[in-house]
Design a protein around this ligand. Structure first.
Ligand SMILES: Cc1ncc(COP(=O)(O)O)c(C=O)c1O
Ligand SMILES: C[C@@H](O)[C@H](N)C(=O)O
Length: 351
């Protein structure tokens, strides 16, 4: 049984069928194709305002190029210490921004707080040529800990950085999962809450490989076309990115995919999250379940050949610290997660 990551999932059959259907005759290259144009129009409708959108193939590219477009080499990006841009992008944001600094902060459950951000801003001297200049805040939605920010929480973070005029970036690799939990509109959890640029994840949601960098003020997207090309992310046969995203958005397929993943995560969290055999590290609010596992439970999972990520306990609340031999395990669900496997996982944990 494999609960390592939503990255291990297949792609939605509807997305793969759309890829095959797009493979018909000639089409303009480099993003000028009809599929990509329809996606750009669809995203403006989805977010209830004109947006500028750029399709790329990975979340790392989306995050790194989005941030490079809004910070200068002498800039600083405030983010969480467990954020993907800090932990898992091999310095890509720093590289593509020509050296911007990531200032990473702790936060329970992988979430930033306005208080921590305000403290960090206090340590970043505005205007001094000796110091990097705070220019962006990056939040992940859903976070790397499977928690989510409410629109009010995003607004509070925006308010904390407004005086310093920081741009707000959202890593939305699991944006769909957060949205179906919140039940709000895409606009309410992004630009209406103060987000300026979104890495809109398609791959983990169920695409083969596509992400959209969405600028809510098209005037701020000016550099992106050159940055994307220089990064080798402007595909000559761009129709195959457009076709994927168009299939995801059609008939709210993207939300149905996320609902299945979240539903299976909730099943697991509800079944074992508060028992003696395991307990929740922090709330399960999207498609990932983080469980504190005592040694006996770890042994049963090994015997049952369950694959999951061991996760750092840095973001645990002080009153939920790990005890002797305990670890945090991350169990990730996707659109393709088999409910029967989740039942077998629950049995293995419960003993
Ligand atoms: C929170 C988050 N952001 C971004 C990404 C994008 O990463 P990749 O470059 O692997 O597509 C991931 C990948 O799993 C992720 O978990
Ligand atoms: C790199 C790894 O963390 C990946 N982003 C995942 O969530 O599985």
């Amino acid at each position: 049984m494999n609960f390592i990551s939503d990255n291990t999932a297949s792609a939605s059959p509807r997305v793969m069928a759309a890829l095959a259907a797009a493979n018909d005759g000639p089409a303009a290259g480099y993003g000028a194709d009809d599929w990509t144009k329809r996606v750009e129009e669809r995203l403006s409708a989805l977010f209830e305002r004109e947006v500028a959108a750029f399709l790329v193939t990975t979340g790392t590219a989306a995050n790194a190029l989005a941030l490079a477009s809004v910070v200068r080499p002498w800039g600083a990006v405030i983010t969480h210490e467990e954020s993907h841009i800090v932990e898992d992008e091999c310095g890509a944001p720093e590289f593509f921004s020509d050296g911007a600094k990531l200032v990473d902060l702790p936060g329970i459950g992988g979430k930033l707080t306005p208080e921590a951000v305000t403290r960090a801003l206090g340590n970043l001297n505005e205007g001094s040529f000796h110091n990097v200049q705070a220019q962006a805040l990056s939040v992940t939605q859903a976070t790397e800990c499977g928690t989510i920010y409410t629109p009010a929480e995003i607004r509070a973070l925006k308010e904390a950085v407004t005086a310093r005029n920081l741009t707000v970036h959202m890593d939305g690799a699991r944006f769909a999962n957060a949205l179906v939990t919140l039940g709000c509109t895409p606009a309410e959890i992004t630009w209406k809450a103060g987000v300026d640029v979104l890495s809109f994840g398609g791959t983990k949601n169920g695409a083969w490989a596509v992400e959209a960098v969405v600028f809510f003020d098209p005037g701020r997207a000016e550099e992106m076309k050159w940055r994307r090309k220089r990064a080798g992310q402007t595909l000559s046969k761009g129709r195959f990115l457009g076709a994927q995203f168009e299939a995801l958005l059609a008939d709210d397929h993207w939300l149905d995919l996320a609902r299945h993943a979240n539903g299976q995560a909730k099943r697991l969290a509800d079944a074992v999250g508060n028992g003696g055999e395991a307990r929740l590290a922090w709330p399960c609010q999207a498609n990932e379940v983080f469980l504190i596992l005592p040694p006996a439970t770890q042994e049963r999972l090994t015997a049952a050949e369950v694959r999951y990520h061991s996760w750092p306990g840095r973001s645990l609340a002080p009153d939920n610290a790990l005890q002797d031999g305990e670890i945090v395990g991350r169990f990730v669900m996707s659109f393709a997660t088999d409910p029967g496997e989740v039942g077998r996982l629950i049995a293995a944990i419960s003993g």
